[in-house]
Design a protein around this ligand. Structure first.
Ligand code: ZN
Length: 162
């Protein structure tokens, strides 16, 4: 959702946006953000984006590479600092607690760019199928064969020994 920062009232504006995008290692089928964009102070140079993300992501299973669908959710609470090209570099230097701040140049903010970055932060390191699969499945089958096979081999061994 595109927002003109200069037009934002002191009470902020409601943001409801949905997007989808692919990333290195999977695809977000939907990223839904609902929340508010609020200005900090009167200068319209700093804003807070507050809200919630719900997302559907498809990633390959870590074991068998089958596509696994996941639903993710999380809170978003980020600072947005508006910068302009004319500002001197030292004025753009951020304080320690500004590490998580996003910067936007000029008057227009695309909230999807922020919500997509935040959605990526919700991703698990890896996903696996709910059921055993891939090498897990092979291991399980071998376990069963060993268990089931034991009595039969016992009988055979007895015959051999006799
Ligand atoms: Zn799998």
């Amino acid at each position: 959702m595109k927002v003109i920062l200069e037009d934002i009232e002191n009470t902020g504006i409601e943001i409801k946006a949905e997007s989808c995008f692919a990333f290195d290692g999977g695809k977000f089928e939907s990223v839904i953000f609902t929340g508010r964009l609020l200005p900090v102070g009167d200068k319209k140079s700093e804003f807070y984006l507050d809200g919630k993300i719900t997302a559907k992501v498809v990633m390959p299973c870590d074991r068998c590479l089958e596509a696994v669908s996941l639903e993710l959710g999380g809170d978003v609470n980020v600072r947005i600092v508006r910068t302009s090209a004319e500002e001197l570099p030292e004025e753009l230097e951020l304080e320690d607690d500004d590490v998580s701040a996003y910067t936007v140049e000029g008057d227009e903010l695309e909230t999807d760019e922020i919500t997509e970055q935040e959605a990526l932060l919700l991703l698990p390191m890896k996903v696996t199928c709910a059921k055993p699969c891939g090498s897990e499945l092979i291991k399980d089958e071998n376990d069963e064969i060993v268990k089931e096979g034991d009595p039969r081999w016992d009988a055979l061994n007895k015959l051999k020994n006799n």
